[in-house]
Design a protein. Sequence first.
Length: 90
Amino acid sequence: IGCKYDSWIALNYKTIETFILGLVSFWIFRQTNRIQWLETGVRIKQIMEKWSETSRWNFLQKFYLLEAEEHFCNERYESAKLSYDVAIAF
């Protein structure tokens, strides 16, 4: 039982770390304008979208928040607002 529980905890931390890396990547892009950070954020957004196919409850709001951050980085403020609203409402 302990081994399965430990694996679940490790997976949970990995998903949280991945999500935070996405948020931080978009923030660093806005501060530095270095495209590799935008690309990292977009890749992580795609990971969240894929994960949300297996667990909408755990990952879909994270996907929408990352989507909003991407829109904000690309100065699509109306789209960002819509994605922020969906993330909050989910």
